[in-house]
Design a protein around this ligand. Sequence first.
Ligand SMILES: Cc1ncc(C[n+]2csc(CCOP(=O)(O)OP(=O)(O)O)c2C)c(N)n1
Ligand SMILES: [Mg+2]
Length: 678
Amino acid sequence: MAGEAQSDVENPALDLQAAILARPATHERRMADAIRALAIDAVEVAKSGHPGMPMGMADAATVLWTRFLKFDAADPRWPDRDRFVLSAGHGSMLLYALLHLTGHAGMGIEVLSRFRQLHAPTAGHPEHGEHPAIETTTGPLGQGIATAVGMALAERLLAARFGRSLIDHRTWVIASDGDLMEGVSHEAASLAGHLRLDRLTVLYDDNAISIDGSTSLSYSDDALKRFSAYGWAVRRVDGHDAAQVASALSFAMRSKKPTLIACRTIIGFGAPTKAGTAGSHGSALGATEAQAAKQALGWNHPPFEVPEGLAEAWHRVGVRGAGARRGWLKRLAGHPMRAEFERVLAGRLSDALPDAMAALKAGLADSRPRLATRQSSQKALEAIVPVVPELIGGSADLTGSNLTHVKGMPPVTPNGYAGRYIHYGVREHGMAAAMNGMALHGGLIPYGGTFFAFTDYMRPAIRLAALMRQRVIHVLTHDSIGLGEDGPTHQPVEHLASLRAMPNVFVFRPADAMETAECWELALKRADGPSLLVLSRQALPALRIENGENRSARGGYVLAEAEGARAATLIATGSEVSLAMAAKQALAAEGIAAAVVSLPCWELFALQDESYRAAVLGGAPRIGIEAASGFGWERWLGERGTFIGMTGYGASAPFDQLYKHFGITVEAIVAAVKRSSG
Ligand SMILES: Cc1ncc(C[n+]2csc(CCOP(=O)(O)OP(=O)(O)O)c2C)c(N)n1
Ligand SMILES: [Mg+2]
């Protein structure tokens, strides 16, 4: 709409475009035109997609890939490659065209021609896992640049641990106006500036166009000043001038700060009427405009055809890094830390972990501590941190509340990357995205803490971790009205339900110190998705005193069987399991036999055999107890079930009064059992 409206008004970009096209085309321009032509063709065939961004950024991307980016198309997973993140994921054809042209396996013309089709790795937006050279999933604007901050940080941390002979690479990002408008990019850029991540370079596609039209409709920041205030080095260049781009990238290589290079570009460069307008952003140019664009560029080849000379030149780019990779492989072969390096890169946990966990659990079985599960989590970390050196902790400014810090974790500081603990500052979203980047980089397992209610500030990044199947661990304390006086703004109610609804997220809500240790162990072992550890502020009694198998591994289990035939099954999670145990006792005093089921991880429980689940849940009336919204509990409670929990927001008061006020009490459970079994 906005694009159409714009075509009626004068479009100064067209004059500028004409002037650029009037210059004799350099070899580099021709190489960039190959990207443009492929992007045009793929979007035309798919009849959908985003040609404007690849056409606008083709020149700058060509300079980056041909002269700066360290990679070898023969092994896109080479650990010391530079990371390239297309933050403006809608421009996915830019990435696919580059991978194709540089000779990456699995990106042939037939794959490009199936752009956006079912089962094609050339998805609408780049998806990690669809092709080994796609470093991260992008599309939700802002996520890519924030994830890249985590990658750049991972590089620094691993270089400090393993030395520059194994880890010595850079992180490059292409970001758009939308990326820089999104809040998460502000958090991430501020963190990157603070930590002086000087190997991070962002090429900003400064085309002054977004979907609604000119960015002047909504955006008048001076992005360069803003980044410079964050502690970045900044440059502005003509994004269609290869020499200017190259000089800025050389500057970035020398810079002691992260660098933002604003590349002034014309969106849809080459399109005779749509260039410089939102009309080229997100739809096929149409046959006529597509043909005219190729003509304007001087591109006279059939669709999806790159002439021999250009194809050959691009292929040489794809093997440019082969020598560097061979040299690196030699260094790895002779490196004293080779085995350890390979272990962490493969994501294999240390053989020392089982013994450390066994010792921890034996101690807990013995001492039966009454602890808040956030404290139990800290105890677990005390056991885990020394034997899992790839574990990198942190918190969004709540270290003393989340209890995420333990001995042996010095802080990571600007230029001091030998530490293991990151003070993310009050930047939950940036933290979650950076953790994704660290996990994607490989060689590290990140965990980070905040209050459970503030997962709302991190949801988009948690969702991407789940979608990308990344091992990221969130330590989420203050998990219910049980946090007390801080009141309803801080008391999660709907969060358990909403995060349980997110596919491939494991939500753990342990009931005591033993379950917390078990859940930490499960989260560490879970290599194919994020885990959320949802932990209490208030102290909880020890319920599990045997030192045996990891019972939380089945997601739910009978913690205490009824003495005699079950009159009811009390099913609870976290802090409410001890309440259920107290109710069981009260019922027993009245001759009513109830079992207690602890359900620390619904997702794992759902994976068990039907027969196991049926045996655990039993045939007697079921009472679910959780100090949260009951949404979703029908799944376990069935037709005759009763739920005791929250129906609205919490309140500010001491926690024991709140439990009474909201009717989450032993008496309420006893009454519910009598009602349902009577
Ligand atoms: C978080 C998020 N919000 C909205 C969108 C939808 N969207 C895709 S691109 C875009 C903005 C396009 O402007 P820009 O980022 O400057 O890209 P350009 O058009 O210049 O390629 C929007 C709003 C999105 N992908 N992610
Ligand atoms: Mg734009």
